[in-house]
Write a protein that binds this ligand. Sequence first.
Ligand SMILES: *Cc1c(COP(=O)(O)O)cnc(C)c1O
Length: 342
Amino acid sequence: MPAPLRLRLDGDALVHNWRQLDRMSGAAACGAAVKANGYGLGSTEVARRLAAAGCRDFFVATWAEAQALAPLGLTLSVLHGVRAEDMEAARGGFARPVLNTEAQVVRWRGAGGGACDVMVDTGMNRLGVSAEAIAGGLLDGLTIETLMSHLACADEDSAMNEAQRQRFAALRGMTAARRLSLANSAGIGLGEDYAFDLTRPGLALYGGVPRAKMGGLIRQVVYPQAQILQRRCVRMGEAVGYNATWIAPGETEVAIINLGYADGYRRAFSGVGAARHDDVVLPELGRVSMDLVAIDVSACPHLAEGDWLEIDYALPAASQASGVSQYELLTGWGRRAERLWR
Ligand SMILES: *Cc1c(COP(=O)(O)O)cnc(C)c1O
């Protein structure tokens, strides 16, 4: 049966965003981070569309995520590398590990090597081997496709960006790597100096805007829509929702819609979220419940039980209103929401 909640996903906007990021990457190739099930949209659908548009390099976090995409026959890199438990899958050859630690390098070498990627830490102190270990010969003899690093502050104007760029640039020629890769979405926005040979955007593909100047170039991809389960008239002075946080200042028409924080519509939207119908903005009222949200539909007398409302979800604005990061707003959508591509 059709779900009472859906994410309308704009495939043209997804491809548009990849093309913009590819163009901003200059001479570098532009890949795609499709980890976390394509940031919640569905990694198979995302990867299929981007591959058809010309994207050639795809990044996932785990081998299970790579396995899910294996039937597409794409070039996949597994960002978390290889644990001992991953070696059997890794030997399957459908993805390259991104080696992050000296133990992973030893493990990969011990299994016969083969093409791999390597992450080097340039200051984030998250994943990656050190530049010193590389200078000490850690990677000698390995068949490395891409040497990569990751920017900690690319969505800010921080001196750390240039420091990390320089540390990474100093590694050119120090390994057998065929390509260098540094920039995520925000890193692409820092300029072509950060693009090296390959960029790895995620967020901006899906409509996120990590740096304000990218705003005009990136289109919204995810449009949540929820069905009205009940419409009621709330009299002046009556309350709506948990803890009665919203009191009707006058007679108010209220629609209760099939959407809640268990679906990924965060509780932080309580009192600040909005829905929309035919471009009329309809404010959210009171607390967001687990499965339900109340919307003021006084401006739309014709809306009735069974009708659908669009949820305001342009990521920069929704993040600003809720205080929740654009990443979390994308990746939090649960399985009850039907994904509908157009
Ligand atoms: C997730 C991830 C990306 C993509 O980052 P966005 O900020 O979503 O563009 C790129 N590289 C690495 C190593 C990542 O973990």
